[in-house]
Ligand binder design. Structure first.
Ligand SMILES: Cc1cc2nc3c(=O)[nH]c(=O)nc-3n(C[C@H](O)[C@H](O)[C@H](O)COP(=O)(O)O)c2cc1C
Length: 323
């Protein structure tokens, strides 16, 4: 047990959140994280119809009686099943926590709060944390440039961003981007964050539904094996540095338009990587922390280990300061 305002807010044992992960954040992974004392999250964009979304929630509720969350990506899109639809179902199904990302949740706050949901909004820059607080979110995740998925355009790293965000707001801050272990958790707490959000580390766990080839690649990869693409279209994303990423980068360099890039960057290509293990077939999110991963534990083993490591790091620091 490690109490912070975040663990109190969410009713969880440890201040560790597994962030939303398109196609991977499914019931099995979310339940494994929640059962291990963290906050597991299912990613609604993976379930773009009412029935499959409800089915996934029902599955999750059978697998865990602990708090869990749903990620709702608010990036503007033409999808038929809207954020309002997802939120309405979350309320009906008694989902306790929603993680929003991609765009400010301001216009959804009434629906979210009237429905009794706790809201954590994720931002890729400390300057946005103030707005998140002002519009009434319960907590804010700030993810630095190391992050898997979407960092901001600014390239500010987690260390500076979290510190700046802590100075900017009163609500609990969840630090993300590059955190995989107890030393990372302790560093985040000492910067003033009240919990951590991890994505990349949770991909390389037994319960994550990614193909074994993805996890094997991650075990071997170094911190130089990721790259940011899509800066040219102002939607930067940190992904594994694979054949597709290099192809997209080359096209961006030669001035390719969104229409030209679209067939290569669309998420509809992901199943080839995640289900079939064709590692070069699509862009897939992966953070720099991949260089710190060399094993594939269960979520329970991972979270227990992180807590032990954090305790050991703290003892080591106490020792240093008492000399
Ligand atoms: C494979 C993968 C898919 C992700 N998909 C999403 C997503 O759909 N929505 C979202 O808000 N964040 C997404 N993220 C970001 C994570 O929720 C989390 O904020 C991030 O991974 C934290 O940084 P880290 O990867 O360094 O641990 C994804 C990350 C990864 C690694």
């Amino acid at each position: 047990m490690l109490k912070t305002r975040l663990t109190e807010l969410l009713g969880i044992k440890y201040p560790i959140i597994c962030g939303g992960m398109f196609r991977l954040g499914r019931a099995e992974l979310a339940a494994a994280v929640s059962n291990a004392g963290g906050l597991g999250i299912i990613t609604s964009a993976t379930f773009p119809e009412e029935k499959i979304f409800r089915d996934e929630l029902h599955k999750l509720k059978k697998l865990t009686d602990k708090p869990f969350g749903v990620n709702i990506n608010l990036f503007p899109s033409a999808r038929k099943f809207t954020a309002e639809d997802y939120i309405a179902i979350c309320i009906e199904e008694g989902v306790p926590v929603v993680e929003t990302s991609g765009h400010s949740p301001e216009r959804h706050m009434d629906q979210l709060k009237n429905g009794g949901l706790k809201v954590i909004h994720k931002v890729p820059g400390a300057q946005y944390a103030r707005t998140v607080e002002r519009i009434g979110c319960d907590a804010v995740s700030v993810v630095g440039n190391e992050t898997g998925g979407h960092p901001g355009m600014s390239e500010v790293g987690t260390m500076v961003m979290v510190r700046r965000a802590v100075e900017n707001v009163e609500i609990p801050i969840v630090a993300g981007g590059g955190i995989v272990d107890g030393a990372g958790l302790l560093a985040a707490l000492s910067l003033g964050a009240e919990g951590v959000i991890m994505g990349t580390r949770f991909v390389a766990t037994r319960e994550c539904p990614a193909h074994a080839a993805v996890k094997d690649w991650m075990r071997e990869a170094t911190e130089d094996d990721t790259v940011i693409v899509q800066k040219s279209i102002k939607s930067p994303i940190r992904v594994a540095k694979n054949g597709m990423a290099l192809r997209v980068l080359a096209m961006e360099k030669s001035g390719a338009s969104l229409d030209e890039l679209m067939p290569l960057i669309t998420g509809s290509r992901n199943p080839s990587v995640y289900s079939e293990g064709n590692l070069d077939d699509a862009l897939w999110s992966c953070g720099q922390a991949v260089g710190l991963i060399d094993n594939i534990p269960s979520c329970q083993q991972l979270i227990e280990r992180i807590m032990l490591e954090a305790t050991a790091s703290l003892a080591n620091l106490n020792h240093l300061f008492s000399r």
